[in-house]
Ligand binder design. Structure first.
Ligand code: 25A
Ligand code: L14
Length: 346
């Protein structure tokens, strides 16, 4: 029988933390005790787990005594401060922030792609960025079969990736604009920066801050994290990350050039058999993945599969997934399951 575990969720009141708790319950993860944690702002609130109310406590170092698994999604600053405290007390930390993703001592894991890496942890495992996760789940089977020479990707990212306040801003702005008003934007594209742009009836070609090379931090996460997960330090990735007025579900137009020639029916076969992938691709009945259909589901949906017109080894894909589930909470719980199954806990 599986040992029952004490599981902490740090950031339990946030968009992702809530989904983590739901996913632990839905997947019947062997939780003996759930310890929801957040900042002092939320201590004393409750979350519901298996039909019972559980009180949120403040995340502090000594709160991790006796915790076996700690799922973190409270931002990079909190992770930097508290993950080592949790790991030092014997917990395995699965961290959804960007704090440790590029740390060479920390595995960056998507179970369908590089699950084995999770077993080499030193107490902390990083959960990748949502846009990266869904792209590598779709590309890994093609990478293994045909090789990939380069990746060009444009994202259409949901506002829930930027948190609850961004979702509220989209809703309020949409209503206001329909009523003929033009409220000043306050959150997007980046809440901490001085300039804001409307998201309702608009698209914003900026997610996160700009780096010196002209790419945004979100775009550079896709470059660096893809290389680390595929263990291919030089693979060229050219991303453009764009925010669209969608609440849940990131979409991506992905173009790859393979190393060896492919036939389209083999591409379909390889993708249809790939773990975590669902092919939705029937132009005759106008069937293709869309965020409204993907929301609430754990898989990565792939469609619009077609050979490029100019490049014989060029392949176009349309990839959609729930950014809060496979992009965050579900991937984290899958990592925890893998540790339980393969003896990776401490
Ligand atoms: O730094 P990163 O890695 O880039 O990540 C930045 C943020 O991205 C989100 C996540 O926000 C994270 O904070 N995120 C990360 N990965 C994501 C993904 N894949 C992702 N979003 C979507 N997809 P979040 O909203 O999901 O979660 C925030 C949670 O963290 C708790 N928290 C914050 N500081 C903490 C802490 N927990 C412990 N210790 C700390 N020091 C936070 O709880 C929430 O659960 P809270 O108690 O701070 O907030 C609960 C309510 O308060 C509101 N609120 C948040 N900030 C403020 C605020 N109210 C007033 N002032 C504020 N400054 C929230 O709306 C919430 O309702
Ligand atoms: O790195 O704003 O996990 O859509 C995920 C959500 C970065 C920002 C991460 C968004 C965050 C992203």
């Amino acid at each position: 029988m599986t040992k029952e575990l004490t599981v902490a969720v740090v950031g339990a009141t946030g968009a992702v933390g809530r989904k983590m708790i739901e996913t632990l319950e839905a997947r019947h993860f062997p939780v003996k005790t759930l310890v929801p944690m957040a900042s002092s702002r939320s201590a004393g609130k409750t979350v519901t787990f298996r039909g019972e109310k559980v009180t949120v406590i403040e995340a502090r170092p000594d709160a991790f005594e006796g915790v076996d698994v700690a799922l973190f999604s409270a931002g990079a600053k909190t992770s930097r401060a508290l993950s080592p405290e949790a790991a030092g007390r014997g917990a395995v930390v699965i961290d959804n922030s960007s704090a440790f993703r590029m740390d060479p001592d920390v595995p960056l894991v998507v179970p369908e792609v590089n699950g084995e890496a999770a077993l080499h942890h030193k107490g902390i495992i990083a959960n990748p960025n949502c846009s990266t996760i869904q792209m590598v789940v779709a590309l890994k089977p093609l990478y293994d079969r045909f090789g990939i020479e380069r990746i060009i990707v444009s994202t259409y990212q949901a506002v829930s990736g930027a948190g609850a306040r961004a979702v509220e801003e989209l809703m309020d702005q949409t209503r206001a604009r329909l009523a003929g008003e033009r409220p000043a934007p306050e959150v997007l594209p980046v809440s901490g920066l001085p300039v804001h742009h409307p998201i309702a009836f608009n698209v914003l070609p900026q997610i996160d801050v700009f780096e010196e090379n002209g790419f945004t931090k979100e775009e550079m996460k896709m470059v660096r994290e893809t290389r680390k997960i595929l263990d291919d330090p030089d693979i060229p990735v050219t991303p453009t990350c764009v925010r669209v007025p969608v609440v849940t579900g990131h979409s991506e137009a992905v173009y790859i050039e393979t190393k060896t020639p492919f036939e389209l029916d083999e591409v379909y076969r390889v993708l249809s058999r790939a773990p975590g992938v669902v092919v939705v691709d029937d132009p005759a009945s106008q069937d293709y993945p869309m965020p409204l259909d993907a929301a609430g589901r754990p898989e990565v949906f792939v469609g619009r599969i077609r050979r490029d017109l100019a490049h014989s080894r060029g392949l176009n894909l349309w990839v959609v997934s729930d950014n809060l589930l496979k992009g965050a909470a579900y991937n984290a719980v899958q990592i925890a399951e893998l540790l339980v199954e393969r003896g990776g806990l401490r």
